[in-house]
Design a protein around this ligand. Structure first.
Ligand SMILES: Cc1ncc(COP(=O)(O)O)c(C=O)c1O
Length: 395
């Protein structure tokens, strides 16, 4: 079980606001910031490229690759550092060899980052993008995806957990059905990593793109892309530069790409941020992903029940437990979600944001393992007041 007081004491931002926006930008624990500050300070005091300094910060950042590999149950050679989910998806999008008329299937609940790379390839390479609608619990998603696949389909690109309503897709089953049809699967894992245990071998997913700044509490500007080992050569290198090749072969006319996914990395990086990323992975594993899921799941489920019980409030997030996560999105009749989010901030210093799902603009609450029962019951009280005021307004 999670020691709520102890974990909350680690996250300074929780003392000045009710922070229910981990699905947007998560607050980080002190130790993540301190590790990144400390690496920066070390560079500040010694000079970033003084003999031994840069290599020692980079070596610590490099350890994060191993930590991510362990987190996902894969090898280090299958992990590329990225700067965001978008970069990971773009690496795969531009790395595959598209022919005009090739198809990518996405859902209608993708974040812009999960759509734009494919719409761009539609413009640039003449691919087709098919959109499969999802309902609240993702019912029938396997059948719908299966029906959308044609002989021209090359890839399914879907959110493991959707951004707006927090629907957790049956990822292993999706990969299984796609592979039967010789179709690859990319999962946008922005909202998944840090919410529950993830075993990429068991999922058998082909590409998995994630970021540090959400449920892992690791900060922004850092992310990772998993490419299944046997597909490393299928994804060609599109952007390159120092860091992508073995040894000094970058100076020769025949570069030798790194044997592993490091071949997709390019350019200088903010290494201190990757040091912090590793500390975030360590902390989340120390708190425990099973424990995180076991704490959040009943909290989110009772929040949904309480919100649904308020007159004029509709819950847009799934109610099926196996499809649910810490994301709870609701709408108040006649009150746009951004107005609700603003009112919650002004009245109760509660941080959340609007979310668009199933044709409605609702408000998204992120229930994290550090969220307290008191914070959620205050939220329900505020929503009840807002809904009551709304209902009593003259039309
Ligand atoms: C599902 C999903 N994908 C992608 C992103 C964007 O990720 P990034 O900014 O790391 O590219 C987000 C959140 O911002 C998201 O919720």
């Amino acid at each position: 079980v999670i020691d709520l007081q102890a974990v909350r004491a680690e996250i300074p931002a929780l003392s000045s606001a009710t922070y229910l926006n981990t699905g947007g930008y998560a607050p980080s624990p002190r130790r993540v910031y301190e590790a990144a500050f400390e690496a920066h300070r070390f560079e500040m005091e010694h000079g970033p490229d003084t003999r031994g300094i840069r290599s020692s910060v980079e070596a610590r950042a490099e350890q994060t690759r191993g930590k991510l590999a362990e987190l996902f149950g894969v090898t280090e050679a299958e992990i590329a550092f990225t700067r965001a989910v978008s970069e990971g998806i773009d690496i795969v999008a531009w790395g595959l060899d598209w022919q005009p008329g090739d198809e990518v299937v996405v859902s209608d609940q993708e974040h812009p980052t999960g759509r734009l790379p494919w719409l761009n390839l539609r413009e640039r390479r003449g691919i087709d993008v098919k959109v499969v609608p999802l309902d609240r619990n993702g019912d029938g998603v396997l059948e719908a995806l299966d029906a959308a696949i044609t002989p021209r389909t090359r890839l399914l690109s879907l959110s493991h957990v959707t951004a707006e309503s927090g629907l957790r897709l049956p990822a292993a089953e999706i990969c299984q059905l796609a592979h039967k049809r010789d179709v690859r699967v990319l999962l946008d894992a922005a909202q998944a990593v840090g919410q529950f245990p993830i075993d990429l071998r068991a999922l058998d997913v082909d590409f998995y793109a994630t970021t540090g700044h959400k449920w892992l509490l690791g900060g922004a500007g850092i992310g990772a892309l998993y490419v299944k080992g046997e597909l490393l050569d299928e994804v060609k290198v599109s952007w390159t530069g120092a860091g992508a090749v073995e040894g000094a072969s970058g100076r020769s006319d025949v570069p030798r790409w790194h044997a592993g996914a490091k071949r997709f990395e390019f350019g200088s990086r903010l290494w201190p941020a990757y040091v912090g990323y590793g500390v975030a992975v360590d902390w989340i594993r120390e708190v425990g992903l099973e424990a995180i899921e076991a704490r959040v799941s009943p909290l989110a489920s009772s929040l949904k029940k309480e919100l649904a019980g308020i007159d004029g409030v509709t819950v847009l997030s799934p109610d099926a437990p196996e499809r649910s996560t810490g994301i709870v999105t609701f709408a108040i009749d006649g009150m746009p979600g951004d107005q609700v989010a603003t009112a919650l901030w002004e009245r109760a210093r509660t941080v959340c944001r609007a979310a668009r799902a199933f044709g409605q603009v609702g408000t998204r609450i992120s229930v994290a393992f550090f969220t307290s029962e008191d914070e959620l019951s205050r939220l329900v009280d505020e929503v009840r007041k807002l809904a009551r005021e709304r209902v009593s307004l003259p039309v």
